[in-house]
Design a protein around this ligand. Sequence first.
Ligand code: HPA
Ligand code: ZN
Length: 332
Amino acid sequence: MIDAITLPKAELHVHIEGTFEPELIFSIAERNRIKLPFPDVAELRAAYKFTDLESFLKVYYQGISVLRVEQDYYDLTTAYLHKAKSQGVRHAEIFFDPQTHTGRGIPFQTVIDGIWSALQDGKRNAGITSHLIMCFREVSVEAAMATYESALPFQDRIIAVGLASAEVDNPPSRFQSVFDRARAQGFLTVAHAGQEGPPEYVWEALDVLKVSRIDHGVRSMEDPVLVDRLRREHVPLTVCPISNTRLHVVPSLTAHPLKRMLEAGLTVTCNSDDPGYFGAYIADNYQQAAAALALTGDDLVALARNSFVASFIDEATRDGYLAELDAAVRSS
Ligand code: HPA
Ligand code: ZN
């Protein structure tokens, strides 16, 4: 019997700011003497009723606003790594959103130093390897370019650039200039596409931004020609089933296309997105999707295998993780 919790896996779609748990939001707010517009943790959690991506992002930015000093970023990242460890995560590729911090006057260096030192400690203490992916937010292309430039002194800590936030009316092609520059300077690229936006945005992410992976991409299933391309080119999709239910991308988990995507031969992975807000970490996503969609043990192993195959880790480390996965399957 495959145990979704202990199955060795990589997480490829998680926003560090989206791992912020209400308890930690309150304790960091108190430490920084910031008054939240909620009397307590229970009331904050009760406000986590989202109608769509936009309504979620408002609450997400509110949580982020209490992060001020390096220790805050360290604590946020360390809390995620503890949780990830308990859910079988061996390797994590973590998004961070510099614009949500620098836009409030927090220096880029403060943000990345706090996250980075937690990741180094996480590797030493929990054995979790990691990469950082810097995400641009919709604001403006000029703001994205300025953010890109402020990241250059830290290029050795950032493996890829990504695109996130409100997707509708914000086509990936808008960011061509920034992504062209990033690729030319050695960054890999990924993009959120086909979450709320149409399949055309997935085409743009592939053809204009030349991404190595599509984040979400569930709406690709509306376009059979696109599905064929994703399958032939083995383009990984970082799917987040519970996020999709909480943001009403799908009406229910039983209606989620994850199983159909696997059956279509796509390189699908299963991830948490913003677990502090959606109440489910990565293994919870594996488990709940398995229950709702009658995923088999082989399906769960395929998701875990894909997570290592689709990751940006070096080959030797990846082979080690795949061997660990094989051993876990043999002993199950
Ligand atoms: N989509 C786009 N942007 C985001 C998300 C998401 O699901 N989560 C955090 N930022
Ligand atoms: Zn996301």
